[in-house]
Design a protein around this ligand. Structure first.
Ligand code: PLP
Length: 387
């Protein structure tokens, strides 16, 4: 059977060149980067070269990079770390209604601990309004956290403009760039942020490794205490092979990003044009132009997202949905509700995300199969019948 992977926002394959770069660090060069002997120094050199490569890529300094276990840890560390470091200064945090769970859940936890959290709304395209941010700031605000691009609908926020508003008041600004690093340019100076999260497995690196950028002078409470790795910011023996893999993934993205984004956005725009031409009553979710080059998200009315996903899976096509009927909640994605979709429309959402190995033939195959799946499911849908 043909196999077409169109779920790159969930995770990407590890590039074989990344895997090859990592391989020596399991047996031949297995040393602990904190050891003083030659094995340790060899690992330490690989670690620091990797740190330099990542720092260069996002226009940071090596000492501002903290390696972590991935996006979730970086997001949690930024939010909880800043909250607890600054609790004497204030107890108010601002974020958006469409953040990843790795931000929403620690924010809810902080609410239980006595912090106040404002969840800024977004407009119908998924954009946060700079005016709303201005109005939400109080003299107790200590941190603003707004994601660079949304993982479901692909909308890219005007981070530099939002960060400027916070920074003018001396308030820390964090951004989750897990969906953008390696896909579009990310520059900590241009974005004007203090804290930034990224994760290797979203840009062709291995799973379980990421980083938190911490601007020099930023106060942050530490959670993993133990050894003095990462200048005391994050204890635990370094995941040297993973970090080397992250750096190799960075190197490949640096080389390929522009060309890949160009190809993917052409494929994206083809889907945005052709899906509504082939399937009646669909709605594009997310911003029409200010969106990730590899993201398409449609609500296909009268159909349930999970049945669509399973039908496509039987045809070898892997996508994602914001519907969650099999999960305990039955609630559709908070992101789709935040852009104003009703429950039925949100449940009919389909996310298609492209990447390094997506071909034109993959898109042809999807464009051939998706209308058939939609038609078949609509024929069985009581919602569609009533029309
Ligand atoms: C995937 C993702 C995360 C979580 O990253 P992990 O490395 O899987 O923990 C956080 N934020 C966004 C926007 C993501 O897409």
């Amino acid at each position: 059977m043909k196999k077409v992977y169109l779920d790159y926002a969930a995770t990407t394959p590890t590039d074989p060149q990344v895997l090859a770069a990592m391989e020596p660090y399991f047996f031949e060069k297995f040393g602990n980067a904190s050891s003083l002997h030659a094995y340790g120094q060899e690992a330490k050199k690989a670690l620091e070269d990797s740190r330099q490569a990542l720092a260069d890529f996002i226009n940071a300094r090596p000492e501002e990079i903290v390696f972590t276990s991935g996006g979730t840890e970086s997001d949690n560390s930024a939010l909880l770390g800043a909250a607890y470091a600054l609790e004497k200064k204030g107890n108010h945090i601002i974020t958006s209604a469409i953040e990843h769970h790795a931000i929403i859940e620690p924010a809810k936890f902080l609410e239980k601990k006595g912090f106040k959290v404002t969840y800024l709304p977004v407009d119908k395209d998924g954009l946060v309004s700079p005016d709303d941010l201005k109005k939400a700031l109080t003299d107790k605000t200590i941190l603003v956290s707004i994601m660079h691009a949304n993982n479901e609908i692909g909308t890219i926020q005007p981070i530099a403009q939002l960060a400027k508003i916070a920074k003018e008041k001396g308030i820390y600004f964090h951004t989750d760039t897990v969906q953008t690093v390696g896909h579009i340019p990310v520059d900590v100076e241009q974005l004007n942020v203090d804290l930034l999260s990224l994760s290797a497995h979203k840009f062709y690196g291995p799973k379980g490794v990421g980083a938190l950028y911490v601007r020099k002078g930023t106060r942050l409470e530490t959670f993993l205490r133990g050894g003095d790795q990462e200048r005391g910011r994050r204890a635990s023996t370094h995941n040297v092979s993973g970090i080397v893999g992250l750096a190799k993934a960075v190197e490949l993205c640096r080389k390929n990003m522009e060309r890949e984004a160009k190809f993917q956005s052409a494929m994206r725009d083809r889907l945005i044009k052709e899906i509504p031409a082939r399937i009646p009553e669909v709605r594009l979710n997310g911003h029409p132009t200010q969106r990730l080059p590899n993201n398409v998200n449609f609500s296909i009315k009268y159909i349930e997202g999970e049945s669509m996903l399973l039908s496509l899976d039987m045809l070898g096509i892997a996508c994602s949905t914001g519907s969650a009927c099999t999960s305990s909640s039955l609630e559709p994605s908070h992101v789709l509700l935040a852009i104003g979709l009703d429950h039925a429309t949100a449940h009919g959402s389909l996310r298609i995300t492209l990447g390094r190995w997506t071909t034109e033939a993959d898109i042809d195959y999807l464009l051939e199969k998706l209308p058939q799946v939609a038609q078949k499911l609509r024929a069985m849908s009581p919602l569609y019948e009533k029309k």
